[in-house]
Design a protein around this ligand. Structure first.
Ligand SMILES: NC(=O)CC[C@H](N)C(=O)O
Length: 226
């Protein structure tokens, strides 16, 4: 069986093509989903990719959460479908209430674009089983609103439940609380991260192929549950 992974395109999405390519490179079928779609075409997992959905008006992700396809994603996520939000996708998942907290303006108020080392803090999520906990991976970061914030209580909960999935290694690029680069929901099926694993799937075009592990992990998770 081949896993089928949906990749959503909103007006203003940039990274859907690379996300689909990463899915194929990892051995799954990439299925295009449009923001207006009212069904998920039977996919096994969904990626909400990066970019500037609806021009980032109001707040990053604030309009995308009202797209018809997001109702479907919320419904499927509630039944355990693996969902990955990358950068703008992470912002959308927070706005939609699938992940807690918010992504706010970078501490330095500048857009940051650089290759970034991350530490894998939890390899027990649907998107990280192919990594060792404590592994350091190098993938691109490119965002203006990447500073993760949440209440003290929520941060303690995330920490206590092992839901901080990735942290920034080395210096913190945006002032994220607890150096958070990515988190998961309670079940570990929904993960969001600011840096871009889909841009690091082969040494020729990215800083590494370290990002592929997320896509392999999701495929393993889908195939294990059939
Ligand atoms: N690369 C992205 O997805 C960018 C996300 C968002 N538009 C920001 O600047 O924070």
């Amino acid at each position: 069986m081949t896993a089928r992974i949906g990749v959503i395109t909103f007006p203003g999405t940039l990274d859907d093509v690379d996300a689909a390519r990463a899915v194929r490179q990892a051995g799954a079928e990439a299925v295009s989903l449009w923001h207006g779609d009212a069904d998920l075409k039977g996919v096994d997992a969904v990626i909400v990719p990066g970019g500037f959905s609806y021009g980032d008006y109001l707040r990053c992700g604030a309009i995308a959460k009202f797209a018809p396809v997001m109702d479907e994603v919320i419904g499927a996520a509630g039944k355990g479908m693996p969902v990955l939000g990358i950068c703008n996708g992470f912002q959308i998942l927070c706005e939609a209430g699938l992940l807690p907290g918010a992504l706010t303006r970078n501490e330095g108020l500048h857009f940051v674009c650089r290759d970034q080392w991350l530490r894998v803090e939890n390899n027990q999520t649907a998107w990280t089983t192919r990594y060792e906990t404590g592994a350091e991976i190098l993938i691109p970061l490119k965002s203006g609103e990447g500073r993760y914030v949440a209440s003290e209580r929520k941060l303690e909960e995330l920490q206590g439940e092992g839901r901080i999935v990735f942290t920034y290694a080395g210096d913190n690029p945006n002032g994220s609380q607890l150096d958070i680069a990515g988190i998961s929901n309670e079940t570990g099926r929904i993960v969001g991260l600011m840096p871009h694993p889909e841009h690091a799937i082969e040494a020729l075009t990215g800083p590494s192929d370290d990002g592929l592990g997320l896509f392999y992990s999701a495929i393993d998770s889908v195939l294990a549950s059939v």
